[in-house]
Ligand binder design. Structure first.
Ligand code: SF4
Length: 365
């Protein structure tokens, strides 16, 4: 069983490599400011954003304080691709990304001339960590007949080795398109999303065995029991979850698609199987509705995440203020890697335009 430990203000988070090898990565536990400190910090951050011609883009999974601050200062709260697109279109010279490292890298790849800062450069992602470029390149080299499709939750180096980058909303039509052209696929890194796409499309997919430490924890039997206790609730599931959990869903989709479902479905209660950071936006948009977190406890549960990404949790008001104050934690991407990684990202964006899928809403995680 994977073990989780906490020491000296940091958590040790186990994640899987292919072959079920377990490594660990640190996730720091940030200081939670008290209400008075919050007021001072928010005021200072607003000043600094203006002074430094900077815009804050935040992921749906980060602390509600950061989401609210991004909204209030003319930034954006969204999924990773929209975050990058927003920075691309925004005139600010500095983009501050409140999320995890691959999101900062994607912003830098799409905006190489801008300064990209992050509250904590050690905010990782188990999918990114579990797909190191050396082993991934070996797999690509061993299967030169396959089209390489990678999820956005990967390093710049892995993206640079890919033919396509996809996000959870657009993965299905892209794989359908490749299958129709008779292409065989090498998919990385999320095995659950890969299995789901394979099941939906029937495509020939060789799947890297990575997983998200948050979505991996949702438990089907306990979810079925919760559903039975709440027969009026609709079940919303992110496709990084195991197939047994996906099978219980009324809606399977990316963060943006799940948020949209809470507004369009004829229901007043939802069971949500994704990071609980998303509940802030769902409640803002539908304050009259009820949201339940899908269960992570049960047989085989490790409570690594308890419905919240330990690396997303590293973003806070304190380190955001420090970064803006001192100009630290800048994201750098090797220009040649960035140039190559941009090609499969732009291929995805062009495809989205061709099928009239707005770039808003095709983000991942
Ligand atoms: S929630 Fe999962 S996929 Fe998203 S950043 Fe955290 S570990 Fe990665």
């Amino acid at each position: 069983m994977k073990e989780f430990s906490e020491q000296n203000g940091a958590r040790s988070i186990p994640y899987e490599h292919p072959g079920h090898v377990i490594s660990t990565a640190r996730a720091k536990i940030p200081h939670e400011p008290n209400p008075d400190e919050k007021i001072i910090l928010v005021k200072r951050i607003k000043q600094l954003l203006k002074q430094q011609d900077a815009v804050l883009v935040a992921h749906y999974y980060v602390h509600p304080d950061l989401q609210d601050l991004a909204d209030e200062t003319g930034g954006c709260v969204s999924d990773s691709l929209d975050m990058a697109n927003f920075g691309y279109q925004h005139p600010a010279k500095t983009i501050v990304v409140a999320g995890v490292r691959f999101m900062g890298e994607t912003a830098k790849i799409l905006n190489p001339e801008k300064r990209v800062l992050m509250p904590d450069l050690e905010a990782e992602c188990s999918l990114d960590l579990g797909c190191p470029i050396g082993e991934f390149s070996d797999m690509c080299d061993a299967h030169p007949d396959r089209t390489v499709v990678v999820y956005a939750n990967t390093s710049a180096e892995v993206k640079a080795r890919a033919d396509w980058v996809v996000t959870s909303s657009i993965a299905l039509p892209i794989v359908q398109h490749l299958k129709a052209r008779g292409e065989k696929i090498l998919w990385a890194p999320d095995r659950h999303l890969g299995n789901y796409i394979q099941q939906q499309t029937g495509a020939d997919m060789l799947i890297w065995q990575g997983s998200c430490v948050v979505h991996e924890e949702f438990k089907a039997r306990e979810l079925a029991e919760m559903k039975a206790r709440n027969p009026d609730a609709k079940v919303l599931v992110h496709p990084e979850s195991p197939l047994s959990v996906i099978q219980l869903a009324d809606v399977v989709g990316s963060t943006t698609q799940l948020i949209k479902a809470t507004r369009t479905l004829d229901a007043s209660k939802f069971i949500v199987a994704t990071d609980n950071g998303i509940l802030h936006r769902m409640k803002q948009l539908s304050p009259e509705k009820k949201f339940l977190e899908a269960p992570t406890a049960g047989t085989g549960a490790t409570c690594i995440s308890c419905n919240h990404c330990p690396w997303m949790a590293m973003n806070g008001l304190v380190n955001l203020a420090q970064v803006l104050e001192n100009g630290i934690n800048e994201i750098h991407v090797d220009p040649e890697i960035g140039r190559r990684a941009r090609i499969p990202i732009m291929r995805m964006l062009d495809f989205a335009r061709q099928i009239s899928l707005p770039t808003s809403g095709i983000g991942n995680a």
